[in-house]
Write a protein that binds this ligand. Structure first.
Ligand code: NOJ
Length: 551
């Protein structure tokens, strides 16, 4: 298949943006962000260059896990609006050239879901087998995902007079996803949202979905993908699969690539933070070198931060301690003994060079970048919120007003507090950065534009380039669409070196695409000289003879 035939694989070169409706913009001033508010801000996202929104769960929910505890798969929480408002968001996003994916949370429901309520009341209920029940707790029961909150994954239910399984919080009973009727229900949910116009799903907690006590194996993912493709050919499935690289291949469907279309790259994310802590590119470089190959239609989702804790669970205890010491020195900045509750800019002491370097690097790696709302303006966490993921789930900061331009409700009625301290809206907000050509917002906008103009990043193959400095990651991404070369410096002082470009000839050219002082570059004897400032970042395009690329 030629690449030109595969332009419908839009996720290969997409720029994703994740937001939670309730913290984005509150149009009716009740203190809770809503779909009408989001609709008003779609132009901000289009202007930024986002090509796909990922909406965090907006379904009716008791909100005991930020909406990941769903009470009704077919609705919109009344606080956010109606299904009609959702259709307006979908239509407007599509009109602006943006696709929309939504969370598919089928590992568990809320315990308030009518299925669970019916299931617990009678062993004869048709919903009983929608969940996983036992008379006793098995000896080999795994640890809870929240070990500091839950002492196991089996909980006795007085009404059911049996134990039910819950991989996460006790109020989130695990569905029996290998049961044909549960699969039917999941298919109907998917079919409903596809019909309404969504372009795919971010699939929650995938390894748990297929590996519960009665979990099905990969055939479930394969059938899910087949079903989604039949219903809407070009919908994507972006999976949350935080496992070692060698286990990730199976979730793509190995060589056939017929399971998840995309997976977040949790390994590179965790190694990135180790590299930052050590000012040494090696941890990230070694991770990238061991990334498993993926099929043509599959893709990695590269990210700096997400809505959960910044998990470091795949680092060794010593490595995790290094990252904690560097970026989360206070106990209150940590959670579950494995993660950090902070955003990047405060962790890097708001050093603009270093922060830009990190985003430039993430956008330059083979894959599709995934932004978390607020990253485009360098938002920080709320330092008053200790030991909780809520620290990074604060309202979007639109203006320098005390309410961040988010809502005119009374402060005590806000769904989440506005960030206080050095990263408060008075210092960090969209309105001010829109008008400042040097702002972080403008930088991210340029980064997005440059990424979108370099489809080789999404389609190409990675090579790590030799150079003598441990603090530097120099790499190229090559496809038939072109060659991108990038260099990033994890250290505070500058570095000079030469990079060789494989196959380069006298008639090849190099042009600067991004980075400090994009001076002209001369390609000589198959390579070129690079000067990289402290925490510097640079991108170049190598233009081969006959290529009609504009730099
Ligand atoms: C993964 C989600 O990202 C997280 O926020 C949630 O707590 C768990 N799934 C459980 O639903």
């Amino acid at each position: 298949m030629r690449l030109t035939d595969t332009s419908d694989l839009w996720w290969k070169t997409a720029v994703f943006y994740n937001l939670d409706v309730k913290t984005y913009l509150d149009a009716d001033d009740d203190g809770v962000g809503d779909l009408r508010g989001l609709a008003q801000r779609l132009d901000h996202l289009a202007e930024l260059g986002v090509t796909c929104l990922w909406l965090a769960p907006f379904y009716p929910s008791p909100q005991r896990d930020n909406g990941y505890d769903i009470e009704d798969y077919y609705g919109v929480d009344a606080r956010y609006g109606t299904l009609g408002d959702m259709v307006e968001v979908l239509r407007t996003a599509h009109d602006r050239g943006m696709r929309v994916i939504v969370d598919l949370v089928v590992n568990h429901t809320s315990d308030r879901h009518p299925w669970f309520q019916a299931a617990r009341k009678s062993p004869d209920s048709r919903y009983r087998h929608y969940y996983q029940w036992r008379d006793d707790v098995p000896d080999d029961a795994p640890e809870s995902m929240f070990p500091d909150v839950e002492d196991g994954v089996w909980r006795y239910d007085e009404v059911a007079e049996q134990y039910y399984r819950h991989s996460f919080y006790r109020h989130q009973p695990d569905l029996a996803t290998d049961h044909p009727e549960v699969r039917e229900e999941i298919a109907k949910v998917i079919g409903f949202w596809l019909e309404l116009g969504v372009d795919g799903f971010r699939v929650d907690a995938v390894p748990h979905v297929i590996d519960g006590e009665s979990g099905p194996e990969h055939d479930f993912l394969r059938s899910l993908r087949g079903y989604v493709s039949r219903r809407r050919g070009h919908a994507t499935l972006l999976g949350e699969v935080n496992v070692p690289y060698d286990e990730q291949s199976a979730f793509f469907g190995d060589v056939d690539g017929d399971e998840l279309t995309m997976q977040f790259d949790f390994v590179a994310n965790q190694r990135l933070y180790l590299s930052l802590a050590r000012q040494d590119a090696a941890p990230l470089r070694d991770a990238l070198l061991s990334r498993p190959p993926i099929a043509l239609e599959n893709q990695w989702g590269n990210f700096v931060r997400n809505h959960d804790e910044l998990t470091l669970d795949q680092l060794s205890d010593d490595e995790r301690a290094e990252v904690f010491d560097a970026f989360a020195p206070d106990e209150g900045q940590r959670i579950h003994d494995r993660g950090i509750t902070r955003r990047l800019p405060p962790m890097l002491d708001d050093d603009p060079r270093r922060i830009r370097m990190v985003y430039s690097l993430i956008f330059s790696l083979p894959g599709a970048p995934v932004l978390y709302y607020g990253e485009e303006i360098g938002m920080g966490e709320d330092p008053r919120i200790q030991g909780s993921r809520a620290a990074v789930r604060t309202p979007m900061q639109w203006t320098d007003a005390d309410d961040a331009g988010f809502s005119h409700a009374k402060p005590e009625d806000l769904v989440a507090p506005i960030v206080a301290g050095g990263f408060a809206p008075q210092h960090i907000n969209v309105a001010q950065q829109r008008h400042d050509p040097e702002s972080f917002l403008r930088f991210v906008q340029q980064l997005v534009r440059t990424y979108r103009g370099a489809p080789e990043i999404g389609w190409g193959d990675l090579a790590i380039l030799d150079q003598p400095h441990p603090s530097v990651l120099a790499h190229s991404v090559t496809s038939e669409l072109g060659v991108l070369v990038a260099a990033h410096n994890f250290a505070p002082d500058g570095r000079a070196f030469r990079v060789e470009v494989e196959g380069a000839d006298a008639d090849w050219r190099v042009v600067s695409l991004l980075g400090e002082d994009p001076a002209p570059v001369a390609l000589e004897d198959g390579g070129f000289d690079v000067e990289l400032g402290g925490y510097g970042h640079r991108w170049w395009r190598v233009i081969r003879p006959g290529e009609r690329r504009i730099a």
